[in-house]
Ligand binder design. Structure first.
Ligand code: NAI
Ligand code: MG
Length: 354
């Protein structure tokens, strides 16, 4: 397994250091793994003058999976857009053709108070949102701002999905549903938008290949309401790029603990980019207080989705649950009666639990 490790900026190097400890345990146990580091984002700009330099491109393309910390920070805010750290992130996603974005929202019972919702509504929440990442209104042509025939200025975008794009994300979602509770909810706006009526039609067709999975459909406005009313009704949700952007952010906030949420972006061969859902947290960088669990849980997703090592993924996830059950908390999830630990202490505790 060739793994490209891109620490990035801000707390990136700190959280990646802890995730590497977990990978190194697996290595010592005999999993054949090659870990190679390269810069991305601001760190890459500092070293090479580009947020996604050739050396990083080469490494990322040759790897079976990429583990990323986070990019960006105030030091780079005044750079021209093409040189900004965020461009590095967009560039690597595009370069690796990562079309399936997997965003779990999990709330461990021990952290139920972190949510702004009532504990009974969210405790034990475990949903997976599968968002299509390379199509939809974000990329459809034509687009632009123009003056129409009546002489008025107007802005326009095109919502567009090719059948092949919908089919491939459908297969990803059904496969994930098969690995979980065999429930899939496809989110659309088929009552108003032809693009998503088409989406729904394809979902129903692909469902024939997964007779064990129960497929349901929900309009996106209702889905937004249901996520805060009764989120535990959902297991796996699949949706297009724009609806998924909004719903996945909404779902992640149900848990209230941004330092806990991993993510994955996959290509058609299960090669993936794994990263925490949060950013580079410049406000706490260099203090050894960041929560490394989102990054460690991203390693678990890597084992599950790129290497098909479900048992290893479960072990990492169980180790995280154990340290939480033991009362260990980084500052972001600390509450009275628990024990506050640093970023590196948290990493060490997960390694011990493993
Ligand atoms: P952020 O996610 O970096 O931070 C938001 C808040 O959450 C901050 O108070 C931060 O301290 C806290 N936080 C985040 N991760 C944490 C962790 N692991 N442990 C403890 N606390 C944590 O979002 P923000 O502040 O909007 O962006 C900061 C920088 O990160 C910007 O340059 C932004 O562009 C970049 N960014 C990068 C992303 C990526 O690399 N995928 C995603 C989002 C933002
Ligand atoms: Mg978003």
């Amino acid at each position: 397994m060739k793994i490209a490790v891109l620490p990035g900026d801000g707390i990136g190097p700190e959280i990646i250091r802890e995730a590497r400890k977990v990978l190194e345990v697996l290595q010592q146990e005999g999993l054949a793994m090659e870990l190679t580091e390269a810069p991305l984002g601001g760190a890459a700009y500092d070293q090479y003058g580009s947020p996604y330099p050739e050396a990083t491109q080469k490494l990322a393309r040759e790897a079976d999976a990429v583990l990323l910390g986070a990019v960006g920070g105030p030091a780079y805010d005044n750079l021209d857009r093409p040189l900004r750290p965020e461009r590095g992130l967009l560039a690597i996603r595009k370069d690796l053709q990562l079309f399936a974005n997997l965003r779990p929202a999990i709330l461990y019972p021990e952290l139920a108070n972190a949510s702004t919702l009532k504990p009974e509504v969210v405790s034990g929440l475990d949903i997976m949102i599968v968002r299509e990442l390379t199509g939809d209104i974000y990329f459809g042509q034509p687009r632009g701002i123009r003056t129409n025939e009546a002489g008025e200025r107007e802005g326009f975008n095109t919502m567009l999905y090719a059948e092949s794009e919908v089919r491939r994300i459908a297969h990803v979602a059904f496969n994930i549903a098969m690995k979980r509770n065999k429930k899939l909810c496809s989110v659309d706006k088929a009552n108003v938008l032809e693009t998503t009526e088409f989406w729904k039609e394809i979902m129903i067709d692909v469902a024939k290949e997964y007779p064990e999975v129960t497929l349901t459909h929900m309009y996106v406005d209702n889905a937004a309401m249901q996520l805060v009313r009764n989120p535990k009704q959902f297991d796996v949700m699949v949706t297009g790029n724009i609806f998924g952007d909004i719903l996945s952010d909404e779902a992640s906030m149900l848990t209230g603990s941004i330092g806990m949420l991993p993510s994955a972006s996959l290509d058609k061969n299960h090669k993936g980019l794994y990263e925490p859902s949060h950013g580079s947290a410049p406000d706490i960088a260099g203090k050894n207080i960041a929560n490394p669990l989102a990054t460690i849980l991203s390693v678990a997703m890597m084992m599950r989705y790129s290497f098909n090592l479900d048992a290893v993924a479960l072990r990492i996830e169980s180790a995280v649950k154990k340290v939480l059950a033991d009362g260990l908390r980084t500052a972001d999830i600390y509450e009275e009666g628990t024990r506050k630990v640093s970023c590196s202490e948290m990493g060490d505790a997960v390694v011990a639990a493993l």
